[in-house]
Design a protein around this ligand. Structure first.
Ligand code: SAM
Length: 366
């Protein structure tokens, strides 16, 4: 497959040991999971697999219909703009909404990450029985924290976020705070693991974040980062036209750079970790197809759900276009609809490069 971004493309990922416990299987009922398939090498599927496609489509239909029935119950003081709800603490600093549509996207994305990592929540080689404290920075709806709390009941899990959008009913070893990770952190605790995922749209200074995480880790503790790299990759077509979605991703990089966001930061993670003093640095990459065009059952599942996720993500980054680039809301709407149609048509083979990195703070844990 020829591609505009073949250069520097990552090697395939070795996925970690799958978890076939009954709890893990139950959690993924809505996401049939071929644990042994690889999502990292993408080869176009020219034959199609109707059975897989049908079961994914009906799961997606159920998800879409459930989310349209839910009603906003939160009366918290949030900010509203162009029909979307945004955080109020440090108002305007993060450009994605925190309303139910975005929360549903984050919840779905959490499951997608679990599928991609064969149900693992983190890759750092930590002995679970020794883990006592975990921090998730920018925890969103808190599903990762809740799952870690269930999986490591002896550990205390803390999730921090600008938005108080986490559920009230959580495991007793899990708590959430409102905090701005771009400032000095509000707490002094030291952790065994500090995790971030999908924080590229919110992180203003990655090197500072990595240094702050270093200071908040115990000796021997791990930092772990799961991040997307933008721009979107694509296979060239006969006319050599650039897909609209890829064009959008370049606009996004431009808008981000105007407000201190680096959507290309994932490829600098290894260097940042080294500069901060981390050792045993491990950076892995996966290619996630946009749509079910790539061969292999796991690629199809990831691709189908990722395509849904990204259509919403395009809509939900509207504020970067209106606030920063000065577009009219209706212009963003039309652009998002055009991209959604392009993604749904499946005419273009596109994918995203996903970074999974972890590293250890020197020293020995007690
Ligand atoms: C794309 S979401 C990812 C959420 C979560 N990590 C996940 O994977 O589901 C980014 C999250 O970062 C939060 N966020 C953005 N900027 C932040 C900041 N400066 N400090 C703390 N949280 C922030 C947002 O409120 C949002 O919940």
């Amino acid at each position: 497959m020829s591609s505009a971004s073949d250069q520097g493309r990552p090697d395939s990922v070795e996925l970690a040991e799958p978890d076939h416990s009954p709890q893990a299987e139950q959690r993924f009922q809505a996401f049939p999971l071929p644990h042994n398939a690889s999502a990292s090498s993408l080869e176009a599927d020219t034959e199609g697999d109707d059975e897989v496609a049908c079961s994914i489509d009906s799961a997606i239909d159920s998800w879409r219909s459930a989310r349209t029935q839910s009603v906003t119950s939160s009366a918290a003081a949030f900010q509203y703009e162009n029909g979307r709800r945004y955080h109020s603490y440090r108002e305007g600093s993060y450009h994605l909404p925190n309303d139910e549509n975005e929360q549903d996207r984050l919840d779905m994305q959490h499951h997608l990450y679990r599928i991609a990592l064969d149900d693992r929540l983190f890759l750092a080689p930590l002995a679970k029985e020794k883990v006592r404290s975990v921090l998730d920075v920018g925890c969103g709806t808190g599903l990762w924290c809740i799952d870690v709390a269930d999986e490591i009941p002896n550990a205390q899990i803390l999730g921090s976020d600008l938005s108080p959008i986490q559920p009230g009913m959580v495991p007793p070893n899990c708590k959430f705070i409102v905090d701005d990770c771009n400032s000095d952190w509000l707490f002094d605790e030291k952790f065994d693991l500090i995790h971030t995922r999908a924080m590229t749209p919110g992180m203003k200074d990655w090197p500072r974040y990595v240094r702050q995480a270093f200071d908040h880790l115990k000796p021997g503790g791990y930092i772990e980062l799961h991040e997307i790299y933008i721009p979107i990759c694509y296979a060239k077509d006969a006319n050599d036209t650039i897909p609209k979605f890829v064009q959008w991703s370049h606009e996004l990089i431009g808008a981000g750079s105007k407000v201190g966001l680096d959507f290309m930061a994932a490829k600098k993670v290894g260097e940042m970790l080294q500069d901060a003093g981390f050792v045993d640095i491990n950076v892995r990459w996966q290619n996630w197809p946009v749509g079910p065009w790539a061969k292999g059952e796991k690629n199809k599942i990831i691709g189908r759900w990722w395509a849904e996720d990204l259509q919403d993500a395009v809509r939900n980054t509207a504020a970067l276009f209106t606030r920063v680039l000065g577009w009219k809301p209706e212009e963003v709407e039309v652009y998002a609809a055009t991209i959604a149609n392009e993604i749904k048509s499946g005419n273009r083979h596109m994918w995203t490069e996903m970074c999974f990195a972890y590293a250890r703070k020197p020293g020995v844990s007690e």
